[in-house]
Design a protein around this ligand. Structure first.
Ligand SMILES: [Cu+2]
Length: 266
């Protein structure tokens, strides 16, 4: 059969178009790695978030060298944690879910844009090159105060970022003759061990203790002063680790008036 020259050109042209369409569609659906939330994706019951290992305490944690995970819970009309503090030039994977209704998770000026759906966990991995503050807004109507629902992402320079947390407490009151105990806890959320010094002061007496806190764990440090050395009265205390400080006060009161329960610093 003889095919006319023009006919051949049209057939070849049409073939190229068809192959081109198939390649484009295949690349768009597979090659870019864009996936829809499916049945096999992570799910979580919205009313069990508090018992969840990760979403029970929304936070940022280090999961590998230069890799961090941020567990974020959206609810009417806040994001937790707020602010979300992350290091620049590291891979951050946000895991976002909702406690109640559908919310949005959108950082204007970036391609961070997801829906926070109760029951589902949206995952997106990003890297911020520029330290600074980035606003986070809910862009899915979620109720009467939707327009106020915003959060903050604070990108810190890599060498200034840490996941150290300090907490400290003493009893509110101590009886004469008893010890004043200042209990401090240093938490290290990073994988590398943290070598640091805990400085404390109770009623003018100063203490210093070197500690090594293993990765992803915490260390308790107790400082003790005899209340007899202080005498009756109210005394300020403070504890500091690197840039973190906790303060409070303890009162040495006459026998019989001391409360037994502990009190936290403000
Ligand atoms: Cu909203």
């Amino acid at each position: 059969m003889r095919i006319h020259q023009y006919e051949k050109i049209w057939i070849v042209g049409a073939m190229i178009l068809i192959v081109g369409f198939i390649v484009t569609i295949t690349y768009g659906s597979v090659g870019l790695g864009i996936t829809m939330i499916g049945d096999e994706e992570e799910t979580i019951a919205p009313d069990e978030l508090n018992d969840d290992e990760q979403f029970g305490e929304p936070r940022v944690e280090q999961v590998g060298e230069n890799e961090y995970a941020a567990y974020v819970v959206a609810q009417t009309f806040i994001f937790q944690p707020d602010p979300i503090e992350i290091p620049a030039n590291n891979e951050i994977t946000f895991h976002v879910t909702s406690r109640d209704v559908i919310h949005g998770f959108y950082v204007p000026g970036t391609n961070i844009n997801a829906m926070a759906i109760p029951g589902q966990v949206a995952k997106l991995t990003v890297e911020f090159d520029e330290p600074g503050e980035y606003g986070l807004i809910c862009h899915e109507y979620c109720g009467s105060a939707h327009h106020t629902m915003e959060g903050l992402i604070v990108v810190q320079p890599e060498d200034e970022f840490d996941l150290t947390e300090l907490s400290a407490e003493t009893p509110d009151t101590v009886a004469p003759g008893d010890e004043v105990q200042l209990n401090a806890t240093v938490e290290n959320g990073q994988l590398e061990p943290l070598e640091t010094t805990v400085n404390a002061e109770i009623g003018g007496q100063t203490f210093q203790r070197d500690v090594t806190v293993d990765g992803n764990s915490s260390q308790n440090v107790t400082f003790t002063v005899e209340s007899d050395q202080l005498g009756e009265g109210e005394y300020d205390w403070s504890v500091s680790v690197d840039d973190y400080e906790e303060t409070g006060s303890v009162e040495v009161v006459p026998n019989g008036t001391a409360e037994t329960e502990g009190g936290e610093g403000p």
